[in-house]
Design a protein around this ligand. Structure first.
Ligand code: ZN
Length: 56
């Protein structure tokens, strides 16, 4: 039994696909990620793009 990583996950788009169109690979341009903590869902600013939704 392996431990699940609790990184916020939001997008169903693959990181490669998001990056290919110039969007942040982590949030796919959504600018926010859904974080579940203690059973509570909340939106947090994407720390990869710092809320810009843009890739490199
Ligand atoms: Zn992002």
């Amino acid at each position: 039994m392996r431990e699940e990583n609790k990184e916020p996950v939001n997008s169903t788009e693959s990181p490669t696909s998001a990056e290919a169109r110039g969007a942040c690979w982590n949030c796919a341009g959504a600018k926010v990620l859904i974080s579940e903590f203690g059973g509570e869902r909340r939106e947090v600013t994407c720390r990869t793009c710092h809320g810009t939704g843009q890739g490199r």
